[in-house]
Structure formats: C-alpha cells, structure tokens
Design a binder for this molecule. Structure first.
Ligand SMILES: [Zn+2]
Length: 240
C-alpha cells in the first residue's frame, strides 16, 4: 500500500494530511497539544482538503480549546487516586507523606510517591518527572544497542520535555532528543521514535526514501505510530 502524505497550514494551524483508499475525510485532534491529523480520500486534491478543513475550522478550534482546558485541569493535582501511565499501563497514584528521602515506587497497580509532609504539587510533579526521565534513560541504551549495528551510531542522546514532538534530531551532530512523555507510552512507541530519529540521521524529511528506509527497518512502524497517537480527544468522520 502506498501512502502519500503532506502538511498544510490552515488559519495558522498545522495539519498532517495522509491520503488513503477511503471514502470519507477523517479529522482527528490529538492530545497533548491538539495536533490535527487528516486522512483524506485519494480523489481529493490539496485545495479540496484545505476547503474541507476551513469549513470544519470552528469544530477543530473547539476541540483544541477543550484539550487545552483538560491539559490545564490535569496539570493541577498530584493527589492520591489520580490515574498515571507508565509504559502504557495505567496506575493509581498513591501519595504517602513521611520523613526521609522522596522517591517513587511501582507497587502492583499503584504508583507510590513517598514525600515529606507539606510537599507542594509542583515538587511532587518534579519528583515524578525526574522518575519518568530515569525510566527513559534506563530503557534507551538497550534500544540503541539493538539498532546501531543496522542504522549507524548515535553520537549523543538526551531526554527532554517537548510540547509538539515525540523526538527530534540534529543531523550535523548526530544528536537525538526523546520526549520524556514517551515513558508513559508502550515501549514499542519509544523504540519506534528512536528508530524514526535514527533514520532521519540518514534521510531528512518524510519523503519516499524515508518511508522506504522505515519499511525496511521496521515493517510495523505505521501500527506503532498509530498506537502512539491513539485515543484522540476527538475524532470525527465527515462525508463529502
Ligand atoms: Zn520525522
């Protein structure tokens, strides 16, 4: 199956467009930042897709506003009972206040935060963030060891928080960056992003050669990509 893809900007909003053998136009607005993805029937040209998007702009903007609201809400708490994800599995947060060093532990289906009394929400968030970074730092060397013989070596890698990307790279220096949020996703997703960025060290952009390389290295990369971006906040099918 050949898949053409592209990128449009509609009213300042960047939109990923994928053309497929489908009858209807699908528009998805995805967390955490409201990324917009469109699957369009092959019979439509770029102008027609743009027009369809312009017509659905009020809906798209509404979904993005809802998402940003939800993001703000979910940012606030860090209290017992909340759901948090680690490697794609859901855990219940349990906050235990006690003297001694702060640390995080997985205990069955609980994610336990040991903190001293009076720790602020922000301090709890930072503690968990550092723990997520450590999980990711622990998992990446093994993935690199598996892929470097096939794809060439990565000179440097780091984990950081990114608002709109799962990963990025610098082709000149061979440095790749992974989004700390990947520690919340299934390990297959992390591996996909690492391979995606390593492939960018060989090929810029997402053109035909890039897709061909990815197909060769990781035949199921599309499934992994879709898994990573699943559970959109909103997804609707529009008949044209
Ligand atoms: Zn890319």
């Amino acid at each position: 199956m050949s898949t053409a893809s592209g990128y449009l900007t509609v009213s300042g909003i960047g939109v990923d467009v994928v053309y497929k053998d489908i009858k209807n136009l699908h528009i998805g607005v995805y967390p955490p930042v409201g990324r917009v993805r469109v699957a369009a029937p092959r019979r439509l040209n770029e102008d027609q897709v743009r027009l369809a998007l312009v017509q659905r702009l009020p809906w798209i903007k509404r979904q993005r506003a809802r998402l940003q609201d939800a993001e703000r809400q979910s940012q606030r708490e860090m209290v017992t009972g909340e759901s948090h994800y680690v490697w794609g599995n859901r855990y219940r947060l349990k906050v235990v206040e006690r003297a001694g060093r702060s640390h995080v532990e997985l205990d069955g289906d609980r994610l336990v935060l040991y903190v001293s009394e009076g720790t602020s929400t922000e301090q709890r968030r930072e503690l968990l963030d550092r723990w997520y970074r450590d999980r990711l730092r622990g998992a990446i060397p093994e993935i690199l060891a598996r892929w470097e013989p096939k794809l060439g070596s990565v000179s440097r890698w780091s984990v950081r928080r990114m608002k709109t990307k799962w990963g990025s790279c610098n082709r000149e220096t061979g440095h790749i960056w992974l989004n700390v949020e990947l520690a919340k996703k299934h390990p297959d997703s992390l591996e996909y992003i690492v391979v995606h960025e390593m492939t960018h060290l060989l090929e810029r952009g997402h053109g035909k050669r890039f897709v061909k390389l990815m197909d060769g290295f990781m035949p199921d990369w599309r499934v992994r990509r879709d898994q990573l971006n699943e559970d959109p906040l909103a997804h609707e099918k529009w008949s044209l």
